[in-house]
Design a protein around this ligand. Structure first.
Ligand code: ADP
Length: 431
């Protein structure tokens, strides 16, 4: 906030200084006639007194009169000059010849000097010297204090705006991070009250839409399961009959398709369940090496290629860590299954625990993931279009589910390049 305030102050000061210099100049130029007549009126008394002093004495003593008047009027300056003096313009000379006073304006439209003709040749000039330094300083310090008072007013006015804008910003960030219940709670009396109200209405709409979408996905997935189970059961019954080999093969193909559909529905249900903010993650303290071992054990049977080697590297200052075992295991199983599908020979699982949290990474020596796709692969149903990806036959939901499972616990899941040459998935859980 102070940066904004400083900028505002600098802009105000620069504008104020420019305005203080330019605006009076323009106004004086525009109303020069009025300024001249006003100053002439103001100085008429001085002038007639000075001229009378000269007229009372003979011309030969005018030099003495000048000296006396200069002493009396100091610091104002009194000069006796000739009418044809070069410092007078021809127009000024004409006025003086007509016995009219000639005035020149200085700063702020105040009189700088005034000249009056004494006879056909001599003129007396009264000049006002520039302000002394201390007076100038006082004037500028007055301006600085006015600026400071303006700044104090600005601060007073800006503070509630700033506070409300910060609240709006943090609510937008919360909403972006998936906290759909976040609202600004800015009162309508605030100057940004209407903006905040529009924002809150938008947040309500988004929450409603996403909830409807999730509920629809949930309902459709549930509704699909019953007919799928019936179909599976019916096909199993049909397969138990005596059938010609070709029909049996066709029916077995259908059973495989139904199982695949059933798997998709299960994945969809897990995905939509993870989107439910009401489901809070558990916090169970686990012994990390045992936890990793149990996950590796659970996917061991799926290891099709016996030549694949899985290494585990534990670097734990603490051997226990509190996490949601079901969600974390789900995410790790997905990552390990992917690594098994895509690796050549080696998979490495690393675990590092520090006071701030726990980091687990799964490396493989496979084909890796192109850098520009490392974020997109976490989108639901997104699959890379490589021959190998098509052969693996997934739905593109595994990584989306894994990321949600970690985000539900306040953690993150990212894809990187692995030192083994393939992909690295880095999982982070805060303490
Ligand atoms: P799927 O179930 O189709 O594998 P995922 O969400 O698990 O879906 O993965 C999405 C895509 O990310 C996959 O289609 C694949 O292209 C890519 N991918 C995932 N893991 C790896 C990996 N270890 N190495 C290379 N590519 C990977």
């Amino acid at each position: 906030m102070f940066r904004v305030l400083l900028r505002l102050y600098l802009i105000t000061i620069v504008t104020f200084s420019a305005a203080i210099y330019l605006i009076p100049k323009a106004v004086i130029q525009l109303f020069e006639h009025r300024y001249v007549s006003y100053n002439l009126e103001q100085s008429r008394g001085f002038q007639s007194l000075i001229v009378k002093e000269y007229q009372r004495a003979p011309v030969q003593q005018w030099a003495n009169v000048t000296a006396r008047l200069a002493a009396d009027f100091a610091p104002l300056k009194i000069q006796l000059m000739r009418l044809e003096d070069a410092s007078f313009t021809s127009q000024e000379q004409r006025l003086l010849e007509q016995r009219q006073p000639v005035i020149r304006l200085g700063k702020w439209g105040w009189m700088e000097d005034v000249s009056s003709a004494l006879d056909d040749q001599l003129v007396v000039k009264l000049s006002v010297p520039p302000d002394p330094l201390d007076m100038n300083m006082l004037y500028w310090s007055m301006n600085v204090l006015i600026g400071a008072a303006l700044l104090a007013c600005l601060l007073f006015w800006l503070r509630p705006h700033w506070r409300d804008l910060e609240r709006l910003k943090s609510t937008a960030a919360q909403l972006g991070q998936g906290d759909l219940a976040a609202r600004t709670h800015i009162p309508p009396s605030s100057n940004i009250g209407s903006l905040a109200a529009v924002f809150d209405t938008m947040a309500n709409d988004i929450e409603l839409l996403l909830n409807q979408q999730r509920d629809l996905l949930n309902a459709v997935s549930h509704e699909l399961r019953t007919p799928l189970t019936r179909l599976d059961f019916g096909l199993a019954l049909a397969l138990s009959d005596d059938l010609p080999a070709a029909s049996r093969e066709r029916l077995q193909g259908l059973v495989a398709h139904i199982r695949e559909l059933d798997e998709l529905v299960l994945e969809l249900l897990s995905y939509s369940r993870l989107q439910n903010p009401a489901q809070l993650p558990e916090q169970v303290e686990v012994v990390l090496d045992e936890f990793i071992d149990s996950i590796l054990g659970s996917i061991d049977e799926e290891l099709e290629n016996p030549e694949i080697v899985i290494d585990v590297a534990l670097d734990c200052a603490l051997d226990r860590f509190a996490l949601d075992p079901r969600l974390t295991a789900r995410a790790l199983q997905n990552l390990l299954r992917n690594a098994m599908r895509y690796c050549e020979r080696r998979i490495q699982v690393g675990v590092k625990v520090c006071a701030r949290g726990c980091e687990i990474w799964v490396d493989d020596d496979g084909i890796g993931i192109p850098a520009d796709q490392r974020e997109r692969i976490f989108e639901p149903f997104y699959r890379l279009d490589r021959s190998r990806d098509r052969a693996t036959g997934g739905f593109g939901l595994g990584l989306a589910i894994s990321r949600r499972a970690l985000e539900a616990q306040g953690g993150t899941l990212t894809a990187q390049a692995s030192p083994l040459g393939g992909a690295r998935f880095r999982l982070w859980l805060p303490s």
